[in-house]
Write a new protein. Sequence first.
Length: 481
Amino acid sequence: MSTKQQALFIIFGGTGDLAKRKLYPALFALYQKGIINEHFAVIGTARRPWTDQHFQAVVQESLPDAKAAVAKKFDAHFYYQSHNVNDTEHYVTLKKLAQNLDEKYQIGGNRLFYLAMSPRFFGTIAQHLKSQAIVTADGYNRVIIEKPFGHDYTSAAELNQSISKYFSEDDVFRIDHYLGKEMVQNILAIRFGNNIFNSLWNNRYIDNLQITLSESLGVEERAGYYETAGALRDMVQNHILQIVSLLTMKMPTTYSETDIRREKICALKSLKVYQPQEVATNFVRAQYQAATGLKGYRQEDQIAPDSQTETFVAGKLLVASENFAGVPIYIRTGKRLRQKATRIDVVFKTVPGDIFAKQDLADNILTIEVEPEGKVSLQLNVKKIGQGYQLQEQQLDLSPENRNGEQIPEAYEKLLLDALMGDATNFTHWEEVAYSWKFVDAIRQAWDQSQQPLAEYPCGSMGPKQADELLTKDHRHWIYK
Ligand code: NAP
């Protein structure tokens, strides 16, 4: 479906964890598929004084499963330049190297600038790319930006301004890697490609939506960042609200970047922003405690012994749109939970009337499991085999095995290809980011002013009891236990 692409990738933060774990393997996957082949080169840049040879060896190490000969041909396209991004001289040498590589590989001026480093550098990089004429006039110039995009609305707006002075919104690709996940991309196919769901996807038929993003790991090496972020900023502002927007947006006129993003922006704008007193009844925050041989959050390295950072958040969201008014959206995410999983449960209302008198019918539930398996299932009521007329629940499953065992590409591979093709459908528009922060800021501010202590949950559980009570007080329960 995609033709060969030609581009020069300039990766700021080329020695970093993200580049090694995600970007180089993703570029290699595109190389193996022939999407990038002859006419591409990669400049990695950071302060460490690496040589091209060392850089190429690092890239090879990031591809443990690659055949050595293929990896070597691929690595030959990689070049390294050591410098500090705050230093204007850096960009003079970078420009020369970029021009040489553009000629050597006949790239035609297409440039992708990947900012895989701390957002505090984004403004200065964007400014220098323009002022030092590293952007070209011949091809495209696109900037790919990693999260976090600010730590609240004000800082995000400042960051956005520092980039938009030099790059138009069309050339800014804000990564939310959940949007590259196959099953997250499937939400629109399921909703709008099937009339059985399209016609039922509203407050007349849906009782509630549930979204769980659970992690089994603790804070690991990210303590410094995590202490200032917490689960609300780290997971809800971006990944969870993106999923909410895909679940609640109206049908776009066409499957296109402009129409889809327009409807997603409307969906996020329709989220009810809570008043401080409403936050206490609609949101729960908690911290993991030592259990099953695992340390509690406050005992982890580099975490303050009296840290107030939440490692878990659960909430009930409401949307003020015609189709979703009155449908609660329950969300939860946390670290050190029982299992790593990303899952959406769409719980439908029960059948009116009482034809099967005195039999408890199970809810119809559409489950989209993003991780670990990537499958869709639908819970139905069917007749029990045999005499009499008893009903029982049964699952209809669409799992990867019965989808011809097709290889699912990694999120970063798909997103890099989208950026190469100039398709920003699966990247977040500034207005999406802005409305998401406005929603999250209201919760954060209420917590900052609150005297209510953090709730607690043991490592390996599914969160604090208060997260269950959020649903039981509405006479509901979490589908994913
Ligand atoms: P990292 O491992 O700390 O890498 C940071 C990079 O920036 C390194 O290459 C570092 O290299 C370079 N650097 C720092 N200061 C510099 C300067 N003044 N001039 C030039 N280069 C400089 O961080 P990371 O985990 O790769 O994350 C990068 C970004 O992606 C962050 O914004 C992070 O939040 C985001 N992100 C990461 C992940 C992940 O899985 N790692 C996931 C989602 C988002 P030198 O020390 O050699 O200069």
